[in-house]
Design a protein around this ligand. Sequence first.
Ligand code: ACO
Length: 703
Amino acid sequence: MDKTALNNMLRPKSIAVIGASATPGKIGYTVVKSLLEAGYKGKIFPINPHDSEILGLKVYQSVLDVPDPIDAAVITVPAKFCPQVIEECGKKSIKGLMVITSGFSEVGNHDLENQLVEIAHRYGCFILGPNIVGILSNSDKLNASFAPFLPLAGKASLVTQSGALLIALDAATYSRRVGFDKLISIGNMSDVDIADFIDWLNEDENTTCIVLYIEGFKNGRPFIEACLKAKKPIIALKAGVSSHGAAAAASHTGSLAGATKIYGAAFQQSGVVQATDLNNLFDRTLALSLLPPMIGDNLLIITNGGGVGVLATDAAEKYGVPLQFAPTDVQAELKKHMPEFGSAKNPVDLTGMAGNEWYFDSVKYSFAHAWVDGLVVLYCETAMTNPMEIAQSIKKAIDESEVQNKPVTVSFVGGERSNEAMRWLVENGIPAYAAPDIAVNAMGALREYARMRAMIAEPIMVCATTNKKAALDIIAKARADGRDSLTEIEAKQVFSLYDLPVTATDLAHSEDEAVQLAVKTGFPVVMKIVSPEILHKSDAGGVKVNVKDENGVRENYRTIMANARAYKAEANIHGIAIQEMAPSGTETILGSVNDLTFGPTMMFGLGGIFVEILKDVTFRVTPVSKGQAARMIGEIKGAPILAGARGEAPRDRTALADTICHYSTMVLDLVDEISESDANPVLVYEEGKGVKVVDARIILKKK
Ligand code: ACO
């Protein structure tokens, strides 16, 4: 989109309020008052058909009557007047149009909303909203909204889909002491969307951290691209846990996909740190907006109390920054700044006797030490110490260490004196929190950000041999038969075109052919019904495993055919698949589903009851890099099973990660054809022995 429109909205030199009112209590009055009270330095033009002056400003009947050029307009007229007003803005070349008015797509009035965009675009103008609160910017003293005041000044900038949340957060920035430069309400996103603002804020010198409140949007790929390009941290709180997005589920994967999982996957892949709730959003934003990322795994905790040290240690495990013992040189030096009964291991316990000097010495030394990648300093209020002095010692130590590329967070546990000291720390650029686990959680966000940035720099691994044309031929044949799914045999043929290690499978059309193929494959074999109308083969009695000899093949051939006929008399039966009987291994599942927001996504999890009952699965948006594949394998609850739990040999996670990458290539390559797919089970063998895809399902997009 045209960047000047966003420049005009966010940094206007002049602004019209269309629907400005002289009546206190009306939104059109409040917006003019907000602009004046915030100290906006540009020109304000109130537009109203019958007033001559509002809050001391000259009123015009239409923007077309204003002699000066106008950068932006805030529109607060009822919905039915908006098209005409936007037409006039177009004629006046007002590029940035912020439509506060409600009553559009959010209540099903899509046509009127589309009409606004169509008119605006005709004139090269762009619409923010409709259904917004407006835009607030500290650096431009701009409160073009009906939120009460500019937020506490700071370096984070918020883009929110909920206007009400903007108003609530605006006031909370003061009570939470988390500073923001801009608050942007994005409303129905009829035109300008979140990705556009991410791009703009990425270039904004007054923003160090982009904060998003997301309820849901349609166009996920531009969002991912904008996040990947961003050079500053992005943190998102995603509201709503309802299932959405996936097309009607015909596969396992489809039934397990849901908004939270898919958005979570997209956030991870695009380097977006997540917040779990509003408090967490504030806490993590404070750290991300003030501090550099934590590059490296070594977190050191310094405390004067064992209890808070233990709480912080637990939190470190939970939030992805588990503690290691400090190296001996660090321990030896720190031992000099504590009594005999202190501990220098990690957490470093200076004991309740710790005063300003011990804090100063130990913080200064450890923050500068090459082993330390991040520091959390804890303090419990004691009668012998003054919290403000401790805070000042910490700050002085950090400054004197002259280290600027590492993060430090602080937690003081105590009363009002501690709160006051923490306020001072925050004002001086050091995030401070009232509980140790929160200080560690904030550090976890900084570590997570660094990890994700490293991961998104990885190249995407593609299959050695992709043969899209051959895959499309198989699909075209199925479509020519009037089918919208592939048989297992066809699905496996497609899989193997993308380097997926499927079990050898042939189709027998008769009992004799079944015997021939079984002999060729080698006993024992697996026999499975092949019919496009029988997707759940086991339910139909259509699967026999471990068939050991010719007699078994003949007997089972007849039984399977009879079962299939009994299950669905009219089913079109292609024959019976004769498959190699794969040795047993750890069962996993891979699959794909098309999400309405993010397009092709893929799933991985442990198979069998793990997927059926525990739903222990994880998702990614395709394509999936090898690092992401490894991360998928490591993040499911059942990960220790693959790592080799209880004396079992570790499974071949390298081969599994390759398989995930290849699957992702297939899904993306055939995005126009595949609606959903499963590889279930995928058996994983001991390290070095690979994986085997035993069953395959591909559901085609309806055309
Ligand atoms: N040009 C200029 N001014 C006009 C025009 C026009 N073409 N037509 C009407 N006006 C004036 C009116 O005369 C009136 O001014 P007045 O008080 O001097 O008479 C002013 O525009 C407003 O019009 P009203 O008919 O009085 O409408 P009202 O102020 O009651 O409501 C509003 C308008 C605020 C846009 C309303 O329709 C609306 O959408 N409210 C909801 C907005 C909202 O909450 N948005 C954020 C959602 S996010 C969240 O939930 C917080």
